[in-house]
Design a protein around this ligand. Structure first.
Ligand code: NAP
Length: 327
């Protein structure tokens, strides 16, 4: 496993990491979580991502119970969680980054994770109604109180992040250090556009999500939605359009052919493609089994095989040249 600095922080994260969205509680119980997390840790993963809203808090409970059984030294791994959507419908408890909610939120997450602190606490989305200054102060306090080591943003605009950084600098507060954006072969515009300059200028880290576009980039949806896949889960019907999109599937099949030539799986090639971007600190993978996890961890060995020629082939398969011309 290779390790990369989380932006300009002193912390190093495994370039492939593991997150629990959709899976923990819905598809993966504590026993399976212990097995998958142990396999990840054995492969060198040191970064485990979660969020308050995943399975309405139950995902944090599953990870907390798994960590308790795994008995790893706390210094040897990082746990992250995210706040925004909330767990209750109160007027101050939904879709907000107000001070009261953030402080109550982190306390609840720590209780469910059975941890004294998380390593990164993210603002899961931006809140257009709470002043950014209020959020920055609350995150600063959470860090000062030892409940988190660092804080970050998820799917904030570059302008909002810069505003938060500048407020923190003005008041000598802890700055946000990392963004958690979506990034995969289908979803690259923001990461490779709006954010690029500012990763360089501010040294912001990035922990990217859905690197396989919810499994689409494994090729498992090429012949329809398989039983026991995310696409077949109740409550995830909103994914169907994307998972059965003929144009997207044709691109995945073309990726599969390139993968064959490189002697790797489609999933490994899609993950390795993310690793090739130097602005990525870690690729947060998801898995419902140890087998998937172990397949995905081999992506690190595939990344060096993505030469400029291979990159060009992938771009052609995904119509990137054409899109740029149209822009
Ligand atoms: N900040 C945010 O807003 C945000 C949003 C989403 C996710 N995230 C984070 O990013 C993490 C990863 O996102 P994601 O779960 O969407 O990642 P993903 O890699 O796009 O999808 C993972 C899913 O694809 C399937 N899969 C993975 N590897 C496979 C393989 N080798 N063969 C066959 N199927 C495979 C599994 O689902 P099935 O087995 O069920 O098909 C797995 O749960 C999340 O856990 C979370 O921590 C953050």
């Amino acid at each position: 496993m290779n390790y990369r600095h989380l932006g300009r922080t002193g912390i190093r994260v495994s370039e492939l990491s593991f997150g629990s969205w959709v899976t923990f509680k819905n598809q993966v119980d504590v026993k399976a979580a212990v097995q998958i997390m142990a396999a990840a840790y054995d492969a060198g993963v040191n970064f485990f991502d979660n969020a308050e809203v995943y399975a309405s808090g139950k995902s944090e409970e599953v990870m907390g119970a798994a960590l308790k059984q795994l008995k790893w030294r706390r210094g040897s791994y990082l746990v992250t969680t995210k706040l925004f959507w909330g767990l209750h419908n109160g007027v101050n408890e939904r879709n907000t980054l107000n001070r009261k909610r953030l402080i109550e939120g982190i306390n609840g997450s720590l209780e469910r994770l059975e941890l004294d602190y998380v390593d990164v606490i993210y603002c899961h989305r931006s809140d257009k109604t709470t002043p950014i200054e209020e959020t920055v102060w609350a995150m600063h306090n959470i860090i000062e109180w030892g409940k988190a080591m660092y804080w970050g943003t998820s799917e904030w605009s570059a302008a909002e992040i810069v505003q938060a950084i500048e407020i923190a600098e003005r008041h000598h507060l802890h700055k946000p250090v990392v963004e958690q954006p979506e990034y995969n072969l289908f979803e690259r515009k923001r990461f490779s556009g709006e954010y690029v300059r500012f990763y360089k200028d501010y040294g912001y880290g990035s922990t990217i999500w859905s690197p396989l576009a919810s499994g689409l980039l494994t090729g498992k949806y090429n012949k329809g939605i398989p039983k026991n896949s995310r696409g077949a889960l109740k409550g995830y019907e909103w994914l169907h359009d994307s998972l059965t999109d003929k144009e997207k599937l044709a691109k995945v099949m073309a990726l599969g052919k390139i993968a064959e030539e490189l002697d790797c799986t489609t999933a490994q090639l899609a993950l390795a493609w993310c690793l090739k971007n130097e602005n990525v600190s870690t690729v947060i993978t998801g898995a419902t089994s140890v087998k998937q996890l172990q397949e995905n961890m081999k992506a690190a060995e595939v990344a060096p095989k993505i030469t400029l020629d291979v990159m060009e082939k992938i771009d052609q398969a995904f119509g990137v040249v054409k899109e740029e011309e149209e822009d």
